[in-house]
Design a protein around this ligand. Structure first.
Ligand SMILES: [Zn+2]
Length: 294
């Protein structure tokens, strides 16, 4: 299918679930939330505390028209969770909820419309930049562009952590090992030099990764890597899951994502993949690569 120009974030984003599956995911997450909150309540009544809950969310674009929606989301985030930055081994308390805000690709619209709102609320954010695409456009997006080197350097380092999103936004599971390592290593080097500080976080474009790539990230010197599997995070984890959010999320949908109620999704996706693999005649290939819609 020819790549069509995308004139707004929600128009044609192949990575966003279709309306039907969005509604299905929403309804299952609503039930999941009711059941898990009910269970937490019973446990608390029995004097048991709940483990700290850390949810990492990731944005892409925040266009001017969506500024107000983003404000509501961030107000909701500080009301229901304690914001934390993306680094490892932070101190967390039982029974508390934490949220880590991240953004993929390094879009200008996010820097312009979201970062001032994040700063106002003292919410740290991690931005994953594509070292060889700074200032350019990817995926034929017509309404936004990526931050250039000066703009990236100009971001407040006390609020914004810069991580790598590869050198060229490659689908990492399609590359051989030397090229995979080059995407990891060179992007980290270039961004660290550009910023004058160590870049040690990474996230996989399109959420495509496998265990060998996780190991390669360690070898390339990263301290933490992020996927697009909607799992809860643990303070010490090297590889951390995230859930996609957009300013266009319904308020309750955003709340459920923030509460970790979409964490059933990775299991459902891998189950579906295993069930479908025989039908697709691809069972062997599917077993070696893990990817979730980013
Ligand atoms: Zn990306």
């Amino acid at each position: 299918m020819a790549q069509r120009e995308q004139h707004s974030p929600v128009a044609i984003d192949a990575e966003l679930p279709g309306r039907f599956s969005r509604v299905v995911r929403f309804l299952i997450s609503l039930i999941f939330y009711a059941v898990s909150e009910g269970w937490d309540f019973v446990r608390r009544a029995a004097g048991k505390s709940r483990a700290p809950r850390i949810v990492v969310i990731y944005y892409h674009h925040v266009i001017d028209e969506h500024r107000e929606r983003l404000r509501h989301q961030l107000d909701h985030l500080v009301r229901w969770t304690t914001p934390m930055h993306a680094g490892r081994n932070q101190v967390v308390a039982d029974g508390s909820r934490y949220a880590v805000v991240t953004m993929d690709d390094g879009w200008l619209s996010f820097a312009r419309n979201a970062i001032p709102q994040l700063a106002l609320r003292n919410i740290p954010v991690a931005i994953f930049a594509i070292s060889d695409r700074l200032g350019q456009v990817i995926d034929n997006v017509a309404f936004d562009r990526l931050l250039n080197a000066d703009e990236l350097r100009g971001l407040d380092p006390t609020l914004v952590t810069i991580g790598s999103h590869t050198a060229t936004h490659a689908r990492m599971t399609t590359l051989d090992e030397p090229n995979s390592f080059r995407e990891l290593h060179d992007s980290r080097e270039k961004l660290s030099q550009l910023l004058g500080r160590e870049v040690n976080a990474f996230c996989f474009p399109y959420g495509e990764y496998n265990h060998r790539l996780i190991d390669l990230c360690r070898e390339a010197g990263y301290e933490r890597v992020f996927t697009c599997d909607a799992e809860l995070a643990n303070p010490g984890d090297f590889a951390v899951g995230r859930v996609r959010v957009d300013p266009t999320d319904w308020p309750l949908e955003f709340h459920l994502k923030l509460m970790g109620a979409y964490r059933w999704l990775p299991t459902a996706i891998s189950l579906k993949r295993r069930l479908m693999a025989p039908l697709r005649g691809r069972s062997r290939i599917a077993a070696t690569s893990i990817s979730a819609p980013s």
